[in-house]
Design a protein. Sequence first.
Length: 225
Amino acid sequence: MTIRVVVADDQVLVRAGFVALLTAQDDVEVVGEAADGQQAVDLATRLRPDVVLMDIRMPGLDGLTATRRIVAEPDLAGVRVVVLTTFELDEYVFEAMRSGASGFLVKHTEPAELVRAVRVAAAGEALLSPGVTRRLIAEYAARARPLPDPRTRQALAALTDREREVLVQVAQGLTNEEIADRLVMSPATARTHVSRILGKVGARDRAQLVVLAYESGHVRPGWNP
């Protein structure tokens, strides 16, 4: 199955480098390039790619706003946004993940890591760079933790004890296989629990579950069960 990707970055050389790297992969097709956020939204709407690599800082419509617009569109529910950033601990990246981005990559990442990240995002299986992602969320969630909206709080309160256990493991960046090993269940059961949690709280993917886990207090910054 070919993974269809849109690359959005206002720096022509950077964008060309990403495109060349991804085009060289047998299972990836770059279907569009954008130089600003509005172009990224337009291409996502028209082409329905599997993944959008989205630079945060672009002229006109920035990557954060573009991410929000893509995530807010029900018809684009299958599009995964991966944020590109220069700095790992970046408030804009945190806001992008709160808004529904599936993860992020620093621009100086190794080529093989970028390709792997695109595949992981397309599969929707796990967070990208979970250790860094966890630190990012803990950093900004700890500063001023806004409580989720009432409906989300109600949904979190309605989780079963087992689902809460699984949520904590997801917030630690564990894959379904790792959750299964830690909680003594099959990977299929872990996957089912994660799917049910996503449905109950209305989260787009695992990245949003991590944000919710910190903001709701299910996981505390610096805590490792």
